[in-house]
Write a protein that binds this ligand. Structure first.
Ligand code: PEP
Ligand code: MN
Length: 361
């Protein structure tokens, strides 16, 4: 079994090009299930076995975890496979029990990070620990809450800290269960550059088919690790069945990922370039999505205008928009000429959309 110093070294190693892989079921269900998955994970790159024991469910009536009993199963899995073990803690009692059972990695879930009271309670219970503590982003895209949780843990003298990007809840229907906010995670990293950053593609995706792409984006953005929900029989999982993958699939994903290695100045340059390019790709993607949304609203206006037979082009309104955007553009370092050209193009597209609605329905 590894001692604390080795654990610390291991955390230091987070910054290396090879990603840390945490894998295992959303929930520990039975001893047999935990052991089976742990043994199957031996053939993969996963070095940490995760399993939720206390499950925060948004709605009551769902499986809420097996409780402290599951910690014994995790310990057994550790003895049998040599993997580190990880579980979620959501209050001081959980922390005490997890520490008593020598859990190596404790993570704070998204529903806990939103509560400064809970985070403070957990931080106090963990004070001075050498264990690795990972903080998931809060459910809502609020950088201060995430930063605040990290600060509370640092203040409690916890040195082996990392963060997990698991996506953010949104009212809108998107292809994700929780949308990734890559820029927000980059902002967090800029504030704490040494903090290892891990991606949880499972809770972002909510489904299996986009796990690979999310992992690749994370590696392109120089993430330090991945936490992937993995189950020997995903369809039968007691929680989050749709998003879990088999250990075999995880092995394949890790094989197919392009893992970037920092080896020399040239590689470092390439790495930095790729990271920035991926950021640009993410922002461009958001731009297109935002423009699509704007056109949908314009369509709605077109439909409304049709009911009253109102003209498409409203010059006064258009000039107001333009004036406002030129000012905002200046504040964002964008030239007047550029903003004018951009908004003319957007306006033209809106008009085309509205005309289609007025004339063809
Ligand atoms: C989990 O990891 O199983 C979990 C409940 O995650 P989150 O806090 O991100 O919802
Ligand atoms: Mn889950």
């Amino acid at each position: 079994m590894k001692n604390n110093e080795e654990l610390r070294n291991w955390l230091d190693a987070f910054g290396l090009s090879h990603p840390l892989v945490i894998a295992g079921p959303c929930s520990a269900e039975t001893e047999k299930q935990v052991l089976k998955i742990a043994h199957q994970l031996k053939d993969t790159d996963a070095t940490v076995l995760r399993a939720g024991i206390w499950k925060p469910r948004t709605r009551p009536g769902n499986f809420e975890g097996v409780g402290a009993l599951g910690l014994k199963w995790l310990q057994k899995a550790k003895e049998e496979t040599g993997m580190f073990i990880a579980t979620e803690v959501a209050n001081a009692v959980h922390v005490d029990l997890a520490l008593q059972h020598d859990v190596d990695v404790l993570w704070i879930g998204a529903r806990s990070t939103v509560s400064p009271f809970i985070v403070q309670e957990i931080a106090e219970a963990l004070r001075g620990t050498d264990k690795i503590i990972l903080v998931k982003n809060p459910v809502n895209p609020d950088l201060s809450l995430w930063l605040g949780a990290v600060e509370r843990l640092y203040t409690a003298d916890i040195k082996n800290l990392g963060v997990i990007h698991r996506g953010f809840s949104t009212y809108e229907k998107t292809r994700y269960r929780n949308i990734p906010e890559w820029q927000l995670a980059v902002d967090l990293q800029n504030r704490f550059p040494d903090l290892p950053l891990i991606l949880d593609p499972s809770h972002i995706a909510g489904r299996r088919d986009i796990i690979f792409d999310l992992c690749q984006t994370a590696l392109d953005l120089n993430y330090d690790g991945l936490m992937v929900e993995t189950h020997h029989n995903p369809d039968e999982a007691w929680s989050d069945a749709k998003q879990q993958i088999t250990p075999e699939r995880l092995r394949q994903i890790m094989k197919d990922l392009r893992i970037r290695k920092v080896m020399d100045d040239e590689a470092e340059f390439q790495n930095e370039l790729n990271k920035l390019r991926t950021q640009i790709d993410v922002i461009d993607h958001q731009l297109i999505e935002t423009l699509g949304k704007r056109m949908k609203v314009a369509d709605g206006i077109g439909t409304l205008k049709k009911t009253k037979n109102v003209a498409v082009l409203q010059n006064k309104r258009w000039n107001e928009i333009l004036g406002k955007m030129i000012l905002e553009g200046e504040q964002n370092n964008l030239s007047e000429e550029f903003v004018l050209r951009l908004f003319k193009a957007i306006h033209q597209e809106s008009i085309a959309h509205q005309e289609r609605i007025l004339n063809h329905r």
